[in-house]
Design a protein around this ligand. Structure first.
Ligand SMILES: Nc1nc2c(ncn2[C@@H]2O[C@H](COP(=O)(O)OP(=O)(O)OP(=O)(O)O)[C@@H](O)[C@H]2O)c(=O)[nH]1
Ligand SMILES: [Mg+2]
Length: 433
């Protein structure tokens, strides 16, 4: 590897919700050791889809609507999420702690027992409800997130499901508080020791039942937190190279060449089903790289969530694009179809810094020097877009040029980011005056 490319790769990927079986949230199994990749959990919704998320919003964040939404400059919210305890651990810990309530020194036995019972029920209710309140308050409101992280939540869990999980946890908290208060009050009104004991055990049973009925919401939230925390940390202020192209054109193979990371490479479409974030260090400067799932030739509205992840990276992160074209006929998408998608993506993201690469050139017959193609499509089919460079992983042709061009591209991206930041700071200063 050249001295320009002492490359490192943080290998993380996550899978969006599209095309995944609907069911409860689950963790994906880890890939075998040595694959260098972490699979991130997939999630689907019916376990919590029936709850009303608005109740949570109105209850816990009633003042949000009046506040102007802040500017979403930073990412990293997922690394700030609280640790969520498994529901059964919360229950057993709450039950243990509530048993330790100190007895009151009231002389009358009936009064003493009814007070002690009410105190125990109150303690159990609080031990169950307090962590739930902490969770619902600590998980970020999606609207306050950087748009990239917001789209990750939507594409990973499905539209609205994140809020539904939080809403269910909050509904459980309210239920526990309601049942706890009701039974503590009943117990406090007992007229004999026996009645107090009966009301205490009835209250404990009802509280446990209420918690057990809704506790899956907590375990869903735990999996949401795990999934989000495992997502790659992306710094929007670090130049990012984003590899884009049709499925199976050789994007991941190029990521392997451009970094020390080892994303999966297979000869079938959609080998890469999530975003892989990594970094490249060139001449002591650090850059980010994302390998993305392939884009099929179809309208944006018809794209699945896996493809939409690619568009989210391009839309919300300041990326330079490395667009990969396979004109060899090997990848499964014809050059004609690749051309259609390419034109659309190029037009859509025309402001991005861009580098076109024709991959697998060891399989190509045509010489890149020819100029005989008559129209744009024929020219594309023979040589790729104007200005593209030809590379081959197999013969290593063009690889050094590719590394040099990638470095230049990322340096230009760095200048853009710095300029944009300066503009933002100036406008912030103006607003402050
Ligand atoms: N002959 C030849 N094959 C290549 C070259 N580059 C990649 N391939 C092969 O092309 C196939 C697809 O490569 P990947 O790197 O997985 O392609 P991808 O674009 O990441 O694919 P998806 O993740 O499915 O979108 C693999 O079998 C690679 O070995 C090349 O330069 N020459
Ligand atoms: Mg791939």
């Amino acid at each position: 590897m050249s001295s320009r490319a002492a490359l490192g790769f943080l290998q993380q990927r996550w899978l969006p919700s599209a095309n995944l079986p609907r069911g409860r949230i689950r963790r994906s199994p880890r890939l075998p050791r040595g694959s260098g990749l972490r699979t991130i959990s997939s999630i689907s919704s019916p376990g919590f889809a029936d709850k009303d998320p608005t109740k949570f919003h109105h209850a816990s964040r009633s003042n949000i609507m009046e506040k102007p939404l802040p500017k979403h400059k930073t990412t990293g919210a997922f690394q700030q999420l609280p640790m969520v305890m498994p529901s059964l651990d919360i229950l057993s810990s709450a039950q243990r702690k509530s048993r330790n309530v100190s007895p009151t020194n009231v002389q009358n036995i009936a009064k003493r027992e009814s007070k002690r019972g009410a105190k125990q029920l109150d303690a159990l209710m609080k031990e169950l409800a307090v962590p739930l309140r902490k969770y619902t308050e600590s998980f970020p409101d999606k609207r306050y997130l950087h748009p990239y992280e917001r789209s990750l939540i939507e594409l990973t869990f499905g539209e609205g499901n994140y809020e539904k999980v939080l809403g269910s946890v909050d509904a459980l908290r309210k239920k526990v508080v309601h049942v706890g208060k009701q039974h503590a009050s009943l117990c406090a009104q007992s007229t004999s020791k026996r009645e107090a004991e009966e009301r205490l055990s009835e209250g404990l049973r009802k509280l446990e039942e209420a918690f057990q009925r809704g506790r899956t919401a907590i375990d869903d939230l735990l999996n949401v937190a795990k999934t989000l925390r495992a997502m790659p940390v992306v710094d929007p202020l670090t130049p990012t190279l984003c590899l884009v192209g049709a499925p199976n054109v050789g994007k991941s193979s190029l990521v392997r060449i451009l970094s020390t990371g080892k994303p999966e490479v297979c000869n079938y479409p959609f080998t890469t089903r999530g975003i892989l974030m990594g970094h490249i260090i060139l001449n002591y400067e650090r850059f980010q790289v994302t390998d993305t799932p392939g884009l099929l030739t179809r309208h944006d509205d018809d794209r699945n969530n896996i493809e939409r992840l690619t568009l989210a990276v391009l839309s919300y992160l300041p990326t330079a694009v490395l667009y990969v074209h396979d004109l060899s006929g090997e990848c499964g998408t014809s050059p004609d179809d690749q051309f259609i998608t390419y034109k659309e993506i190029r037009e859509k993201f025309k402001d991005h810094l861009w580098l076109d690469v024709v991959s697998k050139c060891d399989l190509l017959q045509e010489s890149p020097d020819g100029t005989s193609a008559d129209d744009e499509v024929s020219r594309y089919k023979k040589f790729g877009p104007r200005g593209s460079i030809r590379v081959s992983i197999t013969s290593e042709l063009g690889i050094n040029e590719l590394k040099a061009r990638v470095h230049d591209l990322l340096l230009s991206q760095m200048v853009r980011i710095t300029d944009d930041e300066t503009k933002v700071e100036m406008s912030d200063d103006k607003e402050a005056v």
